[in-house]
Design a protein. Structure first.
Length: 482
């Protein structure tokens, strides 16, 4: 590795920068239980290009670096190899999540085989958590960016070009003298307006009238399943002026459906209202996600007048026990109130439910089913609890000897939380919630999801669901709907 470090320092100036998304990994177990994981604007599970990577790209371009973006999500490895040969980059940046980690490592290996002098840089949640393991076992990774990446990536390139001291670049990990070296922690960026918005990279690959936008970062809460607070536990938002400018740009490009990927769009009530107050001027439907304790009638009145399409609430559970165990920081009463005032404001709602958090059992599942009947969300998405590094849930799994750090050296996707129940029991709980949901909404509302029933839950479950729906369906209702 000493030799490699010397090579990098003697290397020619960085001129060709390649930003890539890695191919989908064969996540068989996740695919069998699709609702274990959120996907937005999916195309065979495909998400719109990662906002963090695209923000880095935009920042580098603002510093007069030429960048190329390649989406390898659905590409064959042979085609990816040809693309790397054609592009011949000096440096490659990629986003490494727990489920995509093997694709990242394979990509770095192929890139080095093509050009031993290429510099491989990875970042995002998994890389930021497991940098020591990655740099120890995957020698084709040159640098790992820890935490927010815009300034770190920029300073890394400057350091390479000036033959500088890499130890002075904050937020960086690399291997030197056969040891993993971690530089000083990079402080969070206070003013997000310092970052240009990624104008070229926010559109859905399958529908150019749909785009995503991220206007804030950070979370001061401490949910046990989320790694977000490990990296940025302070909420920061772009100014209203910057957000409106970006929205106007997207609308000018034909966007009619806008998805805000902020974890807490309504964290600052005044800001949220001011942003939304501009939307009646646009032919635009928009979606946000937020906590149930960060919404009120005043916000909803503005949202409704601004043509909001949907609010996605992180409900997780309607059991007081599970909410407490998960450190969610909300009550069932607050959940009920949020959905009640949303309904009265004629704002569509989606409830996201996590199945299998610590303490889950038949009693808590029944409480969630009962609660769903009370809040009556327009849509529901459920997930099996998954475990990721740097979360309290991961530490619980380790304490119960249900997982070790060596797990991430395997070819398996991120695991479900199975320290208390086996996977079959978790799926049984999940099926109960799903069946209760379908029964609540009726078969005709869900006919388009029959293929999901078959692929996710099997023929027996789908048959029972269809039989139950037909037994309750009135022919007059059917005729009205068709």
């Amino acid at each position: 590795m000493v030799v490699r470090q010397q090579k990098i320092q003697e290397y020619r100036m960085i001129e060709k920068i390649l930003m890539v998304t890695t191919p989908a990994h064969d996540m068989t177990d996740v695919i069998k239980s699709k609702h274990s994981r959120a996907t937005a604007n999916t195309e065979k599970g495909r998400q719109i290009l990662p906002s963090g990577l695209m923000s880095i790209c935009a920042y580098l371009e603002s510093k007069n670096y030429n960048t190329t973006v390649k989406d390898f999500w659905m590409m064959d490895w042979n085609d990816i190899k040809e693309c790397l040969i054609k592009e011949d980059p000096d440096i490659i940046f990629s986003s490494c999540l727990s489920d995509s980690r093997l694709s990242n490592f394979k990509l770095t290996k192929i890139a080095k085989e093509i050009n031993p002098d290429v510099i491989n840089v990875i970042g995002n949640a998994h890389a930021s958590s497991m940098y020591n393991q990655i740099l120890t076992y995957y020698p084709d990774v040159d640098y790992i960016v820890i935490g927010e990446g815009e300034i770190t990536c920029y300073e890394l390139i400057k350091c390479i070009n000036s033959n500088g001291n890499f130890k002075e670049v904050k937020g960086l990990a690399f291997k030197t003298e056969n040891k993993v070296y971690v530089t000083e922690k990079r402080p969070l960026v206070k003013n997000l307006d310092d970052f240009p918005f990624p104008t070229k990279f926010r559109f859905s690959p399958s529908n150019p009238t749909t785009a995503t936008i991220n206007t804030s970062r950070g979370c001061p809460y401490n949910c046990i399943y989320c790694a977000l607070t490990h990296y940025w536990n302070i909420w920061r938002g772009k100014s209203v002026e910057e957000v409106v400018k970006e929205v106007e740009f997207l609308v000018s490009k034909g966007v009619k459906n806008l998805v805000f990927t902020d974890d807490h769009f309504t964290f600052n009530k005044k800001r949220a209202i001011e942003i939304a107050s501009h939307f009646p001027d646009y032919d635009l439907k928009w979606t946000i996600q937020c906590r149930v304790d960060r919404i009120d009638k005043d916000i909803l009145d503005v949202f409704r007048k601004s043509n909001i399409d949907r609010i996605i609430y992180g409900v997780e559970s309607l059991s007081p026990t599970i909410l407490k165990n998960a450190h969610k920081g909300v009550t069932v009463e607050q959940i009920i109130k949020a959905f009640d005032i949303s309904s009265k404001a004629n704002v569509r709602t989606q409830a996201n439910i996590i199945i299998g958090l610590p303490g889950e059992n038949q009693i808590t599942i029944n409480e969630t089913i009962k609660g769903l009947r009370m809040i009556k969300p327009d849509e529901m998405t459920k997930f099996l609890a998954m475990v990721f590094p740097s979360t309290e849930l991961y530490e619980i799994m380790k304490a119960k000897n249900a997982i070790t750090d060596d797990y991430w050296l395997s070819s398996e996707p991120a695991p479900f939380y199975t320290a208390e129940h086996d996977l079959s029991t978790l799926r049984k709980f999940s099926l109960q919630v799903q069946l209760a949901w379908y029964k609540q909404h009726g078969i005709i509302n869900s006919v388009k999801d029959i293929h999901v029933l078959l692929s996710d839950h099997g023929i027996p479950f789908a048959f029972d669901y269809i039989k139950d729906g037909l037994s309750r369906l009135k022919i007059t209702d059917f005729l009205k709907r068709v």
